[in-house]
Design a protein around this ligand. Structure first.
Ligand code: BGC
Length: 353
């Protein structure tokens, strides 16, 4: 009997050593929703990259539902993941489940969106969100040539991202810092006077909500005035606000569509840019973000140095989270081929080139 128990234990030992040596550790990856183009690309990039290195990946999408995301993370912890990568829905809503991850000694990487008000996050991998916001502002300044002499006042309305997503703060602050001089010198006017991020916010980045707000703004403030510019933090919001404008006659001869930028470089926006409707977008290459995350996970699990991280920019309210921040690119009609198609981010067929 004793012999058999020893043999059994030896087999377990051999099996677990073989499992560890094969590098097949399980990594949990949780993305907020399948219904937005970018998170599908992000999820696929991280999964494929980790699998190429021999890891097993459990990839979950949370349907933009916080209890679902909490449950998925709990399940992953139970399954024995060795690292958790999570792009949150509400950055402040995961503290309890992240405490469970910490208790199980699972390193946590906040993916693209910072996990807020918790000490139980180890790394943040994202873009420089303030810089992205500045690019959103620069799109409008350059597109509308706000620096040209004797520019007449232009009307602008402002849209912000989801108030529960810390990225919205960086995007807004960056854009406002660029636009402020033009508000101050009277070049830009917000007829609605809605100039607070929370008032201009779009819960869960919901384009339909933004479209409704745009419709309301147009009927309340623009029956006798023209809307010239829209600040948009997200391509589907850009397209939705343009739809609202088209519905009241913009985009016809003598009444051009307002100039709008965006973010994420989605296929529909690339098409719109090429068609001369949306003016520009900000490309945040999900392949690079995925690759950076894969390298970080691998370094953590193989005990290699994680490289130089930014240890000043991202305070989540409980700690400064060491961050790896990537660069983003403004895309207009002029560089769409070079920076989007030639790099393989979207194919020529997809964007209709
Ligand atoms: C991301 C953006 C994305 C938005 C909506 C933000 O946290 O940084 O890239 O457009 O969420 O999903």
């Amino acid at each position: 009997m004793k012999k058999r128990v020893c043999l059994f234990l030896a087999l377990i030992l051999v099996a677990s050593v073989a499992f560890a040596a094969s590098g097949k550790e399980l990594v949990g990856v949780v993305m907020p929703t399948r219904s937005e183009e970018r998170w599908n690309k992000d999820g696929a990039a991280v999964k494929e990259g980790l699998e190429k290195l021999g890891y097993t990946v459990d990839l979950q999408f949370s349907d933009d539902d916080i209890p679902t995301q909490v449950r998925q993370i709990e399940d992953l912890i139970t399954k024995g993941i060795k690292v958790l990568v999570v792009a949150s829905i509400d950055g402040s809503a995961l503290s309890d489940v992240l405490a469970n991850a910490a208790a199980s000694k699972i390193p946590v990487i906040a993916y693209d969106r910072l996990l807020m008000k918790t000490p139980d996050v180890d790394y943040y991998v994202s873009f420089d969100n303030y810089k992205v916001g500045r690019q959103m502002g620069e799109i409008l300044v350059n597109g509308a040539k706000l620096d040209s002499p004797a520019k007449k006042p232009l009307n602008i309305e402002l849209f912000a991202g989801s108030p529960d997503d810390n990225n919205s703060v960086g995007f807004w602050d960056g854009a406002m810092d660029v636009l402020k001089p033009y508000f101050d010198n009277g070049t830009l006017v917000v007829l609605s006077k809605q100039t607070e991020r929370t008032v201009c916010g779009t819960l869960r980045w919901d384009a339909a909500e933004a479209q409704k707000r745009m419709e309301n703004l147009l009927s309340a403030f623009y029956t006798d005035a023209t809307l010239d510019l829209i600040l948009s933090p997200y391509d589907p919001i850009s397209l939705a606000t343009l739809e609202a404008c088209k519905a009241v006659g913009y985009g016809s001869a003598g009444k051009p569509l307002p100039l709008v930028g965006g973010q994420d470089c989605i296929v529909a926006s690339c098409k719109s840019i090429l068609a001369g409707e949306q003016y520009a977008t900000v490309l945040k290459d999900t392949r690079s973000l995925g690759a950076a995350t894969v390298t970080l996970v691998d370094n953590i699990l193989t005990g290699k140095p994680v490289g130089t991280l930014d240890t000043t920019s991202y305070n989540n309210g409980a700690k400064i989270v060491p961050s790896l921040l990537l660069d983003s690119v403004i895309v207009t009609k002029d560089n769409l081929k070079k920076d989007v198609v030639d790099t393989g981010y979207h194919t020529a067929e997809e964007v209709g080139l």
